[in-house]
Design a protein around this ligand. Sequence first.
Ligand code: PLP
Length: 403
Amino acid sequence: MQIMQKFVYADNAATTKISDRVYEAMLPYLKERYGNPSSLYGLGAQAMAAVTRAREQVAAALNSRSDEIYFTSGGTESDNWAIKGMALAMANKGRKHIVSSQFEHHAVLHSLLALEKQGYEITLVNVNRDGIIRLEDLKNALREDTGLVTIMFANNEIGTVQPIAEIGAFCKQRGIVFHTDAVQAVGSIPIDLAAMNIDMLSLSAHKIHGPKGVGALYIRKGVVPKIFIDGGAQERGRRAGTENTAGIVALGVAAEDACKNIETKAARISALRDDLIRGILRIERSRLNGDASHRLPGNASFCFEGIEGESLLLSLEQEGIMASSGSACTSGSLDPSHVLLALGLPHEIAHGSLRLSLSHETTAQNVSYILEKLPPIVKRLRDMSPLWERLIAGERVYPEGFE
Ligand code: PLP
């Protein structure tokens, strides 16, 4: 008799499963329709037509013009291009100051770090305890020579959604270019580029049921970041490299599907997320990371006092549940997540984090299964934890001033 291993995928913020429609759409461009979009004969023209159609699909999903969409190799490249390309462009106008936040994705933070080494000045505003940027802090950070503001639409770890329209309005008033990393937000919540005054926006196919290694940068007409990848004349001379035709076709379909009935899907996923949050918060000394309402429909992020996120993940995997923690294992040392630290959490708590991220494929049964398996795992790990022992003995474990 074969025993079915339960499999619950709750790590959709890391990546999503490719959808059938996306998979079928891209396949012909890997095999019989293999032409180079730059070739002049029929096979090439066929590929170019597919790229053009995908550009229109992405533009329609974002309500932009299709000539404002540039295909890239994913969210990381889009962020790098937007930030480094704009930094170069604005330096020519005597602006060398960039404002961002402490809890951006590393694609943004490390791009900024690289620029700092080249003489740019960077101000990273903090977020409040709920993981939301305070507009006042952002306003105070702006200077005469600020040329770029880059703030993520929604955080990848804790799912909090930022006041993008308000930030866009400030930037517009002050003549500052506004970029947003919307890799987690596209296809999850509605985005109105014009109403939100967004000048540049990064997105990635693999977060919306498309393949890895393809994404796009929206660049508003008139905004001109310097070229980041030099070479041929692809992407209207602004991003070189033979087009990843199959990936681009896939992104077109994925974007179209993701933005269809977005409100209905978001409402259904949010209801499942809230069931999950309610159930999990019954575990003693557990906390939700980030604001409960201003968050992505699919994101539920927690910290459990007295345990290590990594052991929790391993135990969950043994039960067939795929999730992630906020910690990043960097060259052998276990660093707590910079996002959780930015919320003001002490290291001891930040280490016990768990991110469960849902998609439209998540079912109520999946949620019940997680709610059945998680509490006993937390209990078992706490029973073995010296930190938990100190906590329940009432010892002061966290830094002064943290309650
Ligand atoms: N930005 C955010 C907010 C992300 O969540 C990710 C991926 O995890 C990226 C950027 C990088 O995107 P990609 O994996 O397509 O390079």
